[in-house]
Design a protein around this ligand. Sequence first.
Ligand SMILES: [Zn+2]
Length: 178
Amino acid sequence: MVTRVERSYEYVGPGDLLRLVRPEAVGEVVESIADFTAWVARTPSVELDEPFTYVVDLSGYIRLAARRSEHVACAAGQRVMAAGEIAFDKRSSEGWTVSRVSNQSTGYCPDLSSWDAVASALDRIGLSHPPAFTEQVVFRRCPACAELNVVKDGFFACAFCDSDLPPSWNVATIAPQT
Ligand SMILES: [Zn+2]
């Protein structure tokens, strides 16, 4: 088994959201299809298209939390390998599949390359999924004013000061762990 060194992400969102980090708010770790089935049984209206909050923790497992909950709470304040939103669909013949999954997390602002960690976590539990993020968010930190930006329509300019944004992911305020 090849162990890959992948980037992890620290929380970069507003400090006041850290108060939401509580044991009862931590995302439920899903290590197997049995775990997923048990989570579905306990969770109302999983089949609705409205997505759930997820992170991939540093062990490479996906953690699921309530819709619209904060990623930092789902992750217990820890670094993550991926974060975003995920929705599930139950097709009668195939069982549950991932219908939509994104890297939409303004708390962690993960790069699109975090897909590898998402795919690995889903493959590990045997849940079929799309070949890539179905919604892709491009996060950059402005080198001039340090504000976090979401790049829209390929327009790499800071929404706050109009400076150019770099072509590569740069959100981390400290060097990525390698
Ligand atoms: Zn700026």
